[in-house]
Design a protein around this ligand. Sequence first.
Ligand code: G1P
Length: 286
Amino acid sequence: MSSKLKKAIIPVAGLGTRLLPISKAIPKEMVPVVDRPLIQHVVEEALEAGLDEIILVTRGGKSAVEDHFDGHYELEAELERKGKTALLEKLRAMAPPELKITSVRQDKALGLGHAIHCAAYLVQPDEPFAVILPDVLVKPAQGKTQADLKTMVEVFEQQQAAQIMVEEVPLERVNQYGIVDCQGVELKAGESASIVSMVEKPAPEEAPSRLSVIGRYILPGEIMPVLAQTQPGAGNEIQLTDAIAEIIAQGKPVEAFRMQGRTFDCGYIQGWLQANQQLGKEAGLL
Ligand code: G1P
């Protein structure tokens, strides 16, 4: 895994049932968090980490997610004519020239592993890539500026080992996440340790740890053919976790990176409201 990390796959084909009725006619990735849609926060996180080739895995009814990153000539001309330069610059900064957005379709809802595999033909066989799940916002700790994804990319570049971002959750919540087994290593925030196995949504009594996968991954291109062979697992879905467990079993180095910042799960109403309240306050808007 030596080629440069440039690509981030962002799956956006989900139905967003946990955000209903907000997400009935608008994609859940377009709900606003403070002053911009959720997807914009996530793409900014990717850009900050040097990932400027974004691959959206999408489906019909979600074109607003792609449209959001298009230029809007009429609007820009109008803002220019009215001399609203600050707003114009803010708008243009949302899709800087280095940002390249491609989208691929997921034609069946077969799970996260299937969604990632839909982008397989856009990734070279030995090219590492990131996966970013857009429901969860990962923000630096208050008073800090560097995002965890950027740090994790730096760790990846030093270690040349796949990285999976994790945080500790209470035992009663391990059945909502992918859980990693680092053989009991005490992982401090900002550190990485080898993963020996991974399990998707284990029962608390079967969980190998309380370190949960939060939706930021750096993976080797070699995982794509493994995903193609991965059978449905937890929830009868093709799980990314199972394919990662398989590459670990094949001897590929995979590490857990313990995040330092904060997560906001915007995939359900209460978490989304909390994100707006907290981040709105920090932006001086509330
Ligand atoms: C997915 C992953 C899971 C991960 C979680 C993070 O699950 O399969 O391993 O912990 O995202 O949000 P989902 O939330 O889609 O069920």
